[in-house]
Ligand binder design. Structure first.
Ligand SMILES: CC(C)(COP(=O)(O)OP(=O)(O)OC[C@H]1O[C@@H](n2cnc3c(N)ncnc32)[C@H](O)[C@@H]1OP(=O)(O)O)[C@@H](O)C(=O)NCCC(=O)NCCS
Length: 263
């Protein structure tokens, strides 16, 4: 898929963090975020940054269309703009990911959730084979978020790998494949630090059965519970994944790396 053939970036959510297209109403918050010293230090964002820069950014990237899928990161309870994440496809099955969180959205692991949502969408909708990540060496918060999301990042420092405002910077470089994302999702699930919609353990069991195409009766037999209980779990799953059918729930769950298709 070539970059200019990218489908519109849709709304994505894991129940805690949501990604939605940027809009003009985000301009004041984007401006505040881009003026934050940490953002200036660790990204290529222009400095000084004025409201006109945010307006130009939204004009170019807003609305979810365009070759570089770009989202506002929003967080419960008020869905206020809390950051930006984007994918920059290379047209050959790869894309680089970029992100920043607003100061008011930091410190709760939201970056890792946003990275997973964007990568999962890239793997399914853009058929990406790999997403690459880079940060200037020393950006520990970003490294932690990336590794938590599933990026494989070796300790190696790549000398002068990237340019920031005309100056070469040492970098950490990592990659994520669909398998890495699945493995990370499974690992956090195992640690009961599940990074996804707030599904119960039982709902996850039922969701896995749904991915296998099992009927309510078959699920009830497999899990040793009544068909009525299965129905209740399916209702809960649909609600939490904001899905209107079982198959839509399975598609969402696949995107989020919650389940895999039987081989
Ligand atoms: C990188 C960024 C998106 C991470 O946001 P976040 O998800 O809120 O990250 P957190 O603040 O939860 O930090 C993530 C982890 O790093 C740790 N961390 C934060 N700052 C750290 C530091 N200076 N040194 C070591 N660890 C640090 C946190 O304790 C947390 O770990 P924990 O969850 O185990 O406690 C955010 O800091 C940011 O927007 N930075 C400026 C822009 C930027 O760097 N963008 C990325 C460019 S590659």
């Amino acid at each position: 898929m070539t970059p200019d053939a990218a489908p519109p970036a849709p709304v994505l959510s894991d129940g805690i963090v949501s990604l939605r297209p940027l809009g003009e109403h985000d301009v004041p918050d984007i401006t505040l975020t881009a003026q934050d010293p940490l953002v200036a230090r660790w990204t290529t964002i222009p400095t000084p940054y004025a409201q006109a820069d945010a307006e130009a950014f939204v004009a170019e990237r807003g609305g979810g269309a365009g070759p570089l899928p770009t989202w506002a990161i929003t967080v419960l309870p008020d869905h206020r703009y809390g950051g930006t994440v984007d994918l920059r496809p290379d047209g050959s099955g790869g894309a680089e990911i970029g992100y920043m969180l607003a100061p008011w959205a930091r410190g709760a692991g939201h970056a890792a959730r946003a990275l997973r949502l964007a990568c999962a969408w890239g793997f399914s909708a853009l058929r990406l084979e790999v997403v690459t990540w880079l940060a200037y060496a020393g950006n520990d918060a970003s490294l932690k978020a990336a590794r938590r999301a599933g990026f494989q990042v070796p300790e190696h420092i790549f000398r002068g790998y990237a340019v920031q405002r005309g100056e070469r910077r040492d970098c950490w470089v990592g990659t994520m494949t669909p398998d890495d994302l699945m493995a990370a999702a499974r690992q956090t699930e195992g640690r009961r630090e599940f990074l996804g919609p707030d599904l119960t353990r039982r709902e996850l069991d039922v969701l896995r059965q749904l991915a296998r195409g099992a009927s309510n009766r078959a699920i009830a037999t497999e899990l040793g519970i009544s068909e009525n209980t299965v129905k209740n779990h399916v209702r809960g799953i649909l609600e939490k994944l904001q899905a209107s059918s079982r198959s839509q729930a399975v598609v969402s769950a696949l995107r989020l790396g919650l389940v895999s298709l039987p081989t």
